[in-house]
Ligand binder design. Structure first.
Ligand SMILES: [Zn+2]
Ligand SMILES: [Zn+2]
Length: 215
C-alpha cells in the first residue's frame, strides 16, 4: 500500500443510514457482502439495535414462560429481525427514534390464535401498529390500516414470512386469507375445519381464474 492510498483511506467517511451522521469509515463494520466492503449502519447504531433486541427477547421469554408456551426463537434471531428491518416497524415503517418509544415484537398469527414464538411468526412492529393489530388476523388489520401500510411493506411482510417459514408465497397469502375468512365466518367453525376452508377457498380462486381466462 502506498502512502497516498493510506492517507486517502484514513479520511474516508460515510453517512450512516440510521443516525444520518457522517463518520469515519472505520466506524462501520466490515461486511464483504456489500458494495464497498462496509455496512451502511455505523457500529454505534448496530450495537444499539442489538441492545434493543436483547430487551425484547427478555420480555418475550418472560411472557412465554408465564403462559407455559415454548419459546422457539433465539436472541440471535431477534437480533437479526432488528438488523433486517433497520429497527423499523414492518407495517408502517416508522423508527423508534420517530415514535420516541420502544418497538414491540408482533406475532403475525396472534398467540391467542395459536401463533408460535418462532421466527416464522415474529416481526418488529411499532407500539401503535401492535396495539391496533391486537388479536386480529393480519388481513383484517391490513384492511383497517391500508393507508399506513404501503404495497411495498405488504409484499415485504408476505415474502419475509415465506422465507422464514419455508412456505411458498402463495401459501402464505392463502393462509392469511383463510385466517381472516374463518374469523369473519367464525360460526362456520362448528361445521368446517381450517383445512376444509382452505380447500374451499382454493377452489373458489381456481374457478375465478378459469372464468377470467374464459372471458
Ligand atoms: Zn449511526
Ligand atoms: Zn407501525
Amino acid at each position: 500500500m502506498t502512502t497516498s492510498t493510506m492517507t486517502k483511506k484514513k479520511t474516508e467517511t460515510r453517512v450512516c443510514r440510521l443516525c444520518g451522521d457522517k463518520k469515519e469509515i472505520e466506524l462501520f463494520e466490515i461486511d464483504s457482502r456489500v458494495k464497498g466492503g462496509r455496512t451502511s449502519r455505523c457500529k454505534a447504531c448496530k450495537s444499539s439495535l442489538n441492545d434493543r433486541s436483547r430487551t425484547l427477547y427478555a420480555g418475550l421469554k418472560y411472557r412465554a414462560e408465564q403462559a407455559g408456551q415454548p419459546l422457539e426463537v433465539t436472541r440471535k434471531e431477534l437480533q437479526a429481525l432488528f438488523a433486517t428491518f433497520d429497527g423499523k416497524c414492518i407495517y408502517c415503517g416508522i423508527s423508534e427514534e420517530e415514535t420516541g418509544e420502544s418497538h414491540h415484537v408482533d406475532h403475525v398469527i396472534p398467540v391467542s390464535e395459536g401463533g408460535r414464538h418462532h421466527r416464522s411468526n415474529l416481526v418488529l412492529a411499532c407500539a401503535s401498529c401492535n396495539a391496533s393489530k391486537n388479536n386480529a388476523p393480519f388481513i383484517e388489520f391490513y384492511m383497517r390500516k391500508k393507508d399506513k401500510i404501503s404495497d411495498e411493506n405488504f409484499n415485504t411482510i408476505v415474502y419475509f414470512i415465506s422465507l422464514m417459514s419455508g412456505q411458498p408465497v402463495d401459501e402464505v397469502l392463502m393462509s392469511f386469507i383463510v385466517d381472516y375468512k374463518m374469523k369473519l365466518y367464525s360460526h362456520l367453525s362448528d361445521f368446517i375445519s381450517k383445512e376444509e376452508a382452505r380447500e374451499l377457498f382454493e377452489e373458489v380462486v381456481t374457478e375465478k381464474f378459469k372464468e377470467e381466462r374464459a372471458s
